[in-house]
Design a protein around this ligand. Structure first.
Ligand SMILES: Nc1ncnc2c1ncn2[C@@H]1O[C@H](COP(=O)(O)OP(=O)(O)O)[C@@H](O)[C@H]1O
Ligand SMILES: [Mg+2]
Ligand SMILES: [Zn+2]
Length: 237
């Protein structure tokens, strides 16, 4: 009887606006005190943010970002990039592309810092390292199965993948399928993936993988322009 009452209540809440008042797409969480205004993911992020110390923030950023990019903050990005990022819809992916040295990794580091400070769980992986990890799951003595590897990446609040499609030799179909599976699942869960590449989406479709490229058409696309900052910053005199 109680189960029926619970189901009825769920149905009622679905009809009477059951969406999270914070993010607008998650479903309001129900606990012993009743129906909450926010979804469980938003409640988690909020609680995490309240408990985060400066030390923990610094430690997490050190884990995710290489020392060269510690100083990267949103304010250091070009104004047009900041404006673009402010248009980002909940759950929308971000695709940053441009030649080497135009600040893609810096841009990602800035966003990682912002989201870590806000209490989101973030993960960052270079696409090449991802490929190595996927391949290593084939080894008989593998510590991690492909399922364990991908499960975490499918569920983290914000996932950052740097340098997609950088190498000229093609990856195995299994690597593409595994990556597609992660991207697709994250889109179904309305969890954003931040991707950087030296190729645009059309080029990725031709030389990398057409299905992955087609998944990126809904992303917020940011073109990184300008000279190679590494060369521009160097003093050869
Ligand atoms: N907005 C920025 N402000 C200051 N330094 C930057 C900025 N963008 C990039 N850089 C610096 O320029 C260099 C190249 O940037 P990087 O992000 O590594 O380029 P990419 O990943 O596109 O190859 C790095 O040394 C980085 O620290
Ligand atoms: Mg880079
Ligand atoms: Zn929510």
């Amino acid at each position: 009887m109680e189960a029926i009452a619970e189901v009825a209540q769920e149905v009622m809440s679905l009809i009477l606006g059951s969406r999270c008042e914070n993010c607008g797409f998650g479903y309001r969480h129900r606990d012993s005190s009743g129906l909450r205004k926010w979804c469980l993911r938003c409640i988690d992020v909020y609680n995490r943010r309240q408990q985060l110390s400066e030390y923990q923030i610094g430690k997490k950023i050190m884990e995710l970002v290489e020392p060269l990019y510690y100083e990267a903050t949103i304010e250091t990005l070009e104004q047009d990039i900041q404006d673009k990022l402010s248009e980002l819809k909940p759950g929308q992916d971000v695709f940053m592309f441009g030649p080497i040295g135009t600040g893609k990794t810096h841009g990602m580091a800035a966003q990682i810092r912002k989201y870590v400070c806000e209490g989101y769980l973030c993960e960052r992986i270079n696409f090449d390292s991802f490929c190595v990890k996927v391949r290593s799951t084939f080894a008989p003595a593998a510590k991690e199965t492909a399922w364990e590897l991908t499960e975490e990446l499918k569920n983290v609040d914000k996932l950052f993948i740097d340098d997609l499609g950088l190498r000229s030799n093609p990856e195995s179909q299994f690597v593409y399928d595994t990556f597609y599976d992660i991207l697709n699942k994250r889109q179904e869960r309305i969890l954003p993936t931040f991707i950087s590449s030296n190729k645009n989406i059309a080029q990725l479709g031709q030389t990398f993988d057409a299905r992955i490229a087609s998944r990126l058409h809904t992303a917020l696309v940011i073109e990184m322009k300008g000279k190679d900052r590494r060369i521009a910053g160097a003093n050869y005199e």
